[in-house]
Design a protein around this ligand. Sequence first.
Ligand SMILES: NC(=O)C1=CN([C@@H]2O[C@H](COP(=O)(O)OP(=O)(O)OC[C@H]3O[C@@H](n4cnc5c(N)ncnc54)[C@H](OP(=O)(O)O)[C@@H]3O)[C@@H](O)[C@H]2O)C=CC1
Ligand SMILES: CC(=O)[C@@H](O)[C@H](O)COP(=O)(O)O
Ligand SMILES: [Mn+2]
Length: 407
Amino acid sequence: MDWVSTQSSFKTADGPRRVTLIGSTGSIGTQGLDVIKNAPEQFSVTALSGGYNLTLLAEQAVTFRPEVVGAAVDNVDELATAISSAAREAGATGYAPQLLSGADAATQIAGYSETDVVLNGITGAIGLEPTIAALKAGHLLALANKESLIIGGQVVKQIAAPGQISPVDSEHSALAQALRSGTPEEVSKLIVTASGGPFFGYSYEQLREVSPAQALAHPTWDMGRMVTTNSATMVNKALEVIEAHLLFGVPLERIEPLVHRQSIVHSMVEFIDGSVIAQASPPDMRLAIALGINWPHRVAGAAKPCDFSTASSWTFEPLDESVFTAVKLAKQAAAASGTHMAVYNAANEVAVEAFHEGRIRFTDIVETINRVLDAYTPVNAELSAEVVLQTDQWARAHATALLKEKA
Ligand SMILES: NC(=O)C1=CN([C@@H]2O[C@H](COP(=O)(O)OP(=O)(O)OC[C@H]3O[C@@H](n4cnc5c(N)ncnc54)[C@H](OP(=O)(O)O)[C@@H]3O)[C@@H](O)[C@H]2O)C=CC1
Ligand SMILES: CC(=O)[C@@H](O)[C@H](O)COP(=O)(O)O
Ligand SMILES: [Mn+2]
């Protein structure tokens, strides 16, 4: 527990927090704006960064009136036109934000100085540069984009001040809350719960035949395409085990996945006296987002609590690691070197796209990660963001070539 302080020693502004949202048009981003809309006395929006959904981004901009708006599109005029037309439709006048566009817009916006908190809700390795920019600018980083921490590893940890990252991933928010119950020396185990995804109980042979539509039918959460697919392969749980290790400094052998089909207990900490502290709430990311952007303080009414007035059951069962090998593979990769997880993640991102394009089977996703890791030899260079990004590029190219051979 060396890094995310359970009480947060990181100094944030007193009073209302100014929030920058990276990936504002996605699942995390839109729920983040919902949290802010419901607590206007606690938060304001400084900057919004989206990808390609300019209609939604422009609507958000006109509603929340941030100082800066950015999109991934190449031409800034497209963004300007979208905002003018959203303003006209809403009858809004006199709003002229600073506009940014292109591949670098999210990073520039994450580093924009006039803010207190950056919610990073982008998907994938492209979140690394915004994560680093937010940390270097001295902002609290409410981190949903787990990939940036996992691939950045020690590079990100060295840039972050103690308590500068607040977890938004539901399991890590739960762990951070449970860890408030004891000292680092008193922690014996982190238990990371998993819904089990849509294919819980499937054999390997059954998994070979599943379709993209089936993989996107998550039993409990409504999320973006990448994280939903990762839940189905258990790559999401694999990434989350490594994320917990990096956030809380607990050794990998003392972090375990546990299937909990209801997604109500979001994770648990076992202490040395045999006590287990769990965090429970119905599956609603607004709770973790609200706590993340307001860390370490709770936001009243952020989400509904469990309803214990009617009978319900919570179940817990081990993950079948003979069928779902992603967690074991990630633990091996994370132990191998500081860049193996960048390879793991990049190979996964390429394979997930190929699966959704109908080019490979579901079981080929983890198989591809395995094969790219097997082919990887770390470069003999000091670990840096550049080395991580070069490794990411190598792994993408290698995975792409492997999948071409397969076709
Ligand atoms: N959704 C959830 O409940 C949870 C998500 N997470 C994590 O949070 C992160 C976000 O997930 P989620 O919200 O589901 O993902 P989504 O796919 O719903 O959203 C991704 C966001 O990133 C934007 N984006 C895509 N490409 C670019 C680009 N090149 N430059 C800038 N922005 C870009 C998208 O913009 P646009 O749509 O405009 O193209 C969108 O705003 C992931 O790391 C995920 O693992 C963690 C826990 C729960
Ligand atoms: C909501 C959230 O944090 C997701 O990362 C969630 O954990 C996905 O569910 P799985 O447990 O199925 O991976
Ligand atoms: Mn999660």
